[in-house]
Design a protein. Structure first.
Length: 410
């Protein structure tokens, strides 16, 4: 099978720390299709995860927070003015541009410095006839690549777009700066859900031909165990931030009469507040906050512990949450709110899709109902797993994505 020499993968922190765990599923497939994968993190903080043999980390940036000096800006005055002009044109209003002008100047200088550091590395190590630049998010690194595209139009580059880097309403002032530059520079932008693809096409119809659907996927760890229990065993997995609305689940548990065992994976700034609210839960509800764990540990937990229902209450999603894909792969039914691409995996075959503005009473009633019916239906659990098998297997979805990259290179 023909392969490119190298794909350069630009991440936020991966493979450092515990973030971007979904790349743990994608990276082995990239490594199977390309001779080498060069991983370029924006920040290198935390422990480094184990990588396939043909994946290599390249730390390009001398200081990720530094901006171009005054002399560098003067030497590249055309680049600086071009960026500021693009930002002025794409801003929601002239007043918004003026309000944020100082911040935008700083961000342009930062992008220029990062681009200079990256260009020095690529000019010595990059063969545009056989290699590809791939930004995992359509934000910081995508801006840097857009600057380099002007200087090297023959360099081919693609990006993925997920949620915070897709929906303007999730950004400060409803604006994702540099978006016009991303759209011009990227040869393709891969959306991880149909909802994301539809949104990008609606917001940016002039670039519609660049947008492609490329769903994520998870590995097959086999069906999860299930045994009867007097307690309803719930699991959730998300960062503890307001967007994920984990407090809504606490409110629902306040209303439940039956025994409940709730296990949550994930950590964040909302933890202390949630712990105070959890302390007020009735005695029939037992809670274990596992904190942030490695994805391998989470998969091992699913293989060993029976789960009745997985709960996901996020107020906004760009893609199809990997946490739901993982739960469904074990045959665990899901109760989730209708955000972003969630409806592409949660429905009658896999559980219950609730309105986005779901209240605690509706959630509690749904958990009571499904906990008494769907959770213990072994045939339905097989059906849940079949939905995952048909649409969310990592080797299949990422294999299609890699084929798309190969096709782009001709």
């Amino acid at each position: 099978m023909a392969s490119l020499s190298t794909v350069w993968l630009f991440t936020m922190r991966f493979p450092f720390g515990k973030g971007e765990p979904f790349l743990e599923n994608e990276l082995p497939v990239l490594c199977a299709h390309f001779d080498k994968v060069m991983i370029v993190p924006l920040f290198a903080q935390g422990d480094r995860r184990t990588l396939p043999g043909n994946a290599e980390v390249v730390q390009v940036l001398r200081d990720p927070y530094a901006g171009a000096s005054v002399m560098e800006v003067l030497r590249q005055g055309g680049t600086y003015l071009s960026c500021m002009s693009a930002l002025a044109l794409e801003a929601p209003s002239p007043a918004m541009f003026r309000k944020r002008k100082a911040e935008l100047r700083s961000r342009v200088r930062q992008a220029m410095r990062r681009a200079a550091d990256l260009e020095r590395v690529l000019e010595e190590n990059f063969d545009p006839s056989k290699e590809l630049l791939y930004s995992y998010w359509t934000v910081d690194w995508a801006t840097v690549l857009a600057l380099l595209k002007h200087r090297h139009p023959e360099w081919r580059m693609v990006s993925r777009v997920h949620g915070f880097d897709l929906f303007p309403e999730r950004a400060k002032d409803g604006w994702i700066p540099f978006r016009s530059m991303h759209l011009e520079a990227m040869d393709r932008i891969h959306c991880v859900s149909q909802a994301g693809l539809d949104t990008m096409s609606l917001l940016h119809p002039a670039h519609k031909e660049k947008f492609h659907l490329a769903r994520l996927g998870t590995e097959d760890h086999g069906p999860g165990p299930w045994t009867p229990s007097s307690a309803l065993r719930l699991v959730s997995c998300s960062n503890l931030v307001p967007l994920k609305r984990v407090d809504l689940l606490v409110e629902a548990l306040m209303r439940m009469q039956r025994p409940v065992q709730w296990t949550h994976f994930g950590d964040g700034p909302e933890r202390a507040r949630l712990e105070r609210r959890i302390a007020d839960l009735p005695a029939n509800v037992q809670v274990e906050l596992k904190g942030a764990v490695a994805n391998t540990a989470l998969m091992a937990w699913y293989r060993a512990h029976p789960v009745d229902l997985f709960v996901h209450l996020s107020a906004s999603e760009g893609g199809i949450p990997v946490s739901i894909q993982e739960a469904v792969s074990f045959g665990i039914p899901v109760v989730a709110c209708d955000a972003g691409g969630v409806r592409e995996i949660v429905g009658p075959a896999t559980g219950r899709l609730l309105p986005l503005e779901c209240g605690a009473d509706l959630l509690a009633g749904t958990l009571e109902e499904l906990g008494s019916t769907l959770a213990g239906d072994r045939e339905r659990r097989k059906q849940v797993r079949a939905v995952w098998s048909e649409g969310f297997q990592a080797p299949v979805n990422f294999g299609h994505f890699c084929a798309s990259l190969l096709q782009l290179m001709g």
